[in-house]
Design a binder for this molecule. Structure first.
Ligand code: ZN
Ligand code: ZN
Length: 271
């Protein structure tokens, strides 16, 4: 049984955001379990990028969902005595009715669900969904190709998608809530310091709190880029409002399963 309070309130090591062979991860679920046990992790959640209605090489296919559940069952059988394993997904919000709230995802027997935005509509063609996550080199090309270089449109659309996802529901944990900040701030330096940008994050935060969702502190970029999602400057707000949080490494490599997590937890505690 997934009980995030029990997991986060104990001193147990956990990671609830893990990518494997079922999406764009670089190792098998079995290899992740072995490494998690070696690193002393006692709660491990798998979150393949969900099947999606748009072209995406990073997401799992509908056809592979049964194999994912089968592999979980096998791993629980083999390792269930030494680690708690959770069957979950990182579900993409694409648009109205096409995200975690859809019937398909609601009916899947998952232990929990992360809701994330990685795609937004092109500026002149709402039917073209564009990946705004990932490497800045790709983002820069897409800024010209799909968004006419309008970074304000991209940022506002990202948060509008996040807001719509929160409104529609169907998930437990909000994945990397200000992820666009990474690419946006490389495209337009200090954009995250602008009041209108800050307001988008705060409005989203308030909406998440109203809907009693769990906020993920995503530590994937800590080691290489020295940043968390949400940005460290919002940790104080999370504490002030006593926001429910989970700290996840969003790892695609077994060795990084705990990467950045201790640093984030320490910073959260000293604030
Ligand atoms: Zn993600
Ligand atoms: Zn992820």
């Amino acid at each position: 049984m997934f009980d995030y309070k029990k997991i986060t309130q104990s001193t147990d090591l956990y990671n609830l955001h893990t990518h494997t062979q079922f999406c764009d991860g670089h190792a098998t679920m079995r290899e992740f379990v072995a490494e998690a046990i070696a690193q002393g992790i006692t709660h491990l959640g798998f979150t393949p990028h969900s099947p999606i209605s748009v072209e995406s090489p990073c997401n799992m296919t509908l056809d592979s969902v049964p194999a994912y559940f089968d592999e979980m069952e096998q791993l629980r059988h083999d390792y269930g005595d030494c680690i708690n394993l959770y069957t979950a997904m990182e579900i993409d919000y694409v648009g109205v009715g096409d995200g975690p709230a859809s019937d398909y995802f609601r009916k899947l027997p998952l232990d929990y669900r992360i809701g994330s935005v990685h795609f937004i509509p092109a500026i002149d063609d709402p039917s073209t969904m564009v990946d705004i996550d990932g490497k800045f080199q790709d983002f820069k090309v897409r800024m010209g190709k799909y968004f006419n270089g309008d970074i304000e449109y991209v940022v506002k659309m990202f948060y509008s998608q996040m807001m719509a996802m929160v409104e529609e529901g169907g998930f437990d944990i909000v994945g990397h809530m200000d992820k666009i900040g990474f690419n946006a701030s490389q495209y337009s330096e200090n954009i995250e310091e602008e009041p209108w940008y800050d307001k988008l994050v705060i409005d989203l935060f308030e909406n998440i709190m109203d809907h009693q969702l769990i906020i993920e502190i995503n530590t994937k970029a800590w080691l290489q880029r020295n940043r968390f999602y949400p940005n460290l400057k919002y940790f104080g707000m999370l504490k002030r409002f006593n926001a429910p949080v989970v700290v996840n490494s969003d790892t695609h490599y077994p060795t990084l399963i705990n990467s950045g997590r201790m640093e984030a937890i320490k910073l959260l505690n000293v604030l």
